[in-house]
Design a protein around this ligand. Sequence first.
Ligand SMILES: *[C@@H]1O[C@H](CO)[C@@H](O)[C@H](O)[C@H]1NC(C)=O
Ligand SMILES: *[C@@H]1O[C@H](CO)[C@@H](O)[C@H](O)[C@H]1NC(C)=O
Ligand SMILES: *[C@@H]1O[C@H](CO)[C@@H](O)[C@H](O)[C@H]1NC(C)=O
Ligand SMILES: *[C@@H]1O[C@H](CO)[C@@H](O)[C@H](O)[C@H]1NC(C)=O
Ligand SMILES: *[C@@H]1O[C@H](CO)[C@@H](O)[C@H](O)[C@H]1NC(C)=O
Ligand SMILES: [Zn+2]
Length: 536
Amino acid sequence: MKPLLHFFLLAVSVAAVAGRPSLTSEEAEESRWHPNSLEKLDRSERSLGKLGVADLSNETTTAYWYNDGQTALKSKAKNRLNTNKAKNVIMFLGDGMSIPTLMAARTYLGQLHGYSGEEHSLHWETFPFTGFSKTYNLNRQVADSASTATAYLCGVKTNNGQLGVNGIVTRGDCEASTDTDNHVSSIAEWALNEGKSAGIVTTTRVTHASPAGAYAHTSERNWETDADVTDDGYNPTVCKDIATQLVTEYPGKDFQVVLGGGRRTFLPNSTVDDEGSYGYREDGVDLIETWKQNKADRNSSYSYVWNRSGLRNVIDNPDDVDYVLGLFESSHCQYHLESTPETEPTLAEMTEAAIKILRKNDNGYFLFVEGGRIDHAHHSSYAHLALDETVEMAAAVRLADQLTEESDTLIVVTSDHAHVMSISGYPSRGNDILGVADISGVDNLPYTTLSYANGPGYKTPSNSTRYDISDDDLTLVRYEYAATVPLSSETHGGDDVAIFARGPWSHLFSGTLEQSSIAHFMAYAACIGTGLTACT
Ligand SMILES: *[C@@H]1O[C@H](CO)[C@@H](O)[C@H](O)[C@H]1NC(C)=O
Ligand SMILES: *[C@@H]1O[C@H](CO)[C@@H](O)[C@H](O)[C@H]1NC(C)=O
Ligand SMILES: *[C@@H]1O[C@H](CO)[C@@H](O)[C@H](O)[C@H]1NC(C)=O
Ligand SMILES: *[C@@H]1O[C@H](CO)[C@@H](O)[C@H](O)[C@H]1NC(C)=O
Ligand SMILES: *[C@@H]1O[C@H](CO)[C@@H](O)[C@H](O)[C@H]1NC(C)=O
Ligand SMILES: [Zn+2]
């Protein structure tokens, strides 16, 4: 194959399988060309110096580090293994939250507060146990978000692009995916089977790969509506789309909480939603109405909300609602730094509403919460947005930690796969994590601390020299950080991701684990599932 053609095919196939943000091309162009100019963060304010340079002078002393180490030790030495039964399990998934993302986000957060930043921590970094998750799937070294969701929610590794089916099925094989012998069930279903409640919360469409791992069985993650199934030449009454599965099939129809984006996958293409966007469905079914009717038929109280005030009402009156469906955007929720506060709730608010509804069940619950747009921001090389979305998830985790008890609630925080952002150079302490690391001694041009191995941030050399970023505005939230290899969408990374846990049996989440073990370990702690449990 000619090298150029080979490159092109590779780029196309990577883009097709890698779980890149499923924005339509208009949306992608629209968002790229007309970025929201509202700068919610005045970075000149937060830059070191204005908020006060962190006083690092004590760090030069021996006493400072002795004290720091001894304080950490006292806290660790108090740790006792918690072997209680987990009444509740909350799993947080930072989509694409690689280990470099953790370091960069904690530094960004610290710098937002006027500190040097490197010594800061994201809330889950205070949890007692940490492990590594191996993210490869059956046919890829570097996995997508559907196969990984099947691993960490259903406990089974599968082929790229598939949800809730084992590796006997191959991607896009409609017929094989209808054979229930090939189906694998999720921990959300195991929880429902034992009389617990279950729910999903995400900043992506609720039918997107990660949350769909909790309820869908499909050989193609992109079959979010019947139109997607038809477009690929299959019959949507045979291979049901993901939205239909969520609303009409077990376990999705029994979820008490479904919060995120994605109204368009619920609505017919002739229906305009509350914010003026058309639906994508071609079967004429309004799944929001189907959802409401299903809850009415159970004589249950329910609420469909599409904006922040609607959700605040649920948070304030959880006793009035048994089932809540909240769809806050036609597609994915907006990035937090670009969102409209009047209409879009934060991930922390969605998490709060979910916990307040689910905890009404005395048998407990399983809740899945995804910070889903860390991944999208990385795919676009928008490192600033990726770090901010990570900080938003940390706020949601902090709230969940506060609203639940360590004695009876297991909280697990992890990621599905890495990304190819690196943190490089030898920047000084407190250097803006989003800024310039140094000037290269080879070409005498500056380079940023954050950069990508590939992606749209590739900058064409001019006059045979590397692109000069000197005049670039690094304060733009959509600044595209430099990439070595040009690709339309930056790719996932194959490195291990971290797992953080607190609560019953959190000590199981240590060492280097197959990603698929996570579902088994969570189920063990909660005495649910298909195998050994802490109660047997
Ligand atoms: C440095 O140490 C001194 C003595 O313990 C203490 O009073 C001071 O607050 C410390 N400064 C900072 C910035 O932590
Ligand atoms: C909408 O769906 C109908 C089928 O219900 C189809 O005939 C039509 O082409 C669709 N319209 C658009 C704009 O996709
Ligand atoms: C709902 O309420 C109606 C009227 O009270 C009753 O006839 C029906 O059996 C109830 N349905 C369920 C599922 O409880
Ligand atoms: C939020 O939704 C409710 C219910 O549809 C509506 O009455 C209200 O005007 C909406 N608020 C905003 C800010 O759009
Ligand atoms: C290109 O580089 C050469 C050699 O450094 C320099 O002489 C020339 O002026 C440059 N041209 C432009 C357009 O910058
Ligand atoms: Zn992705």
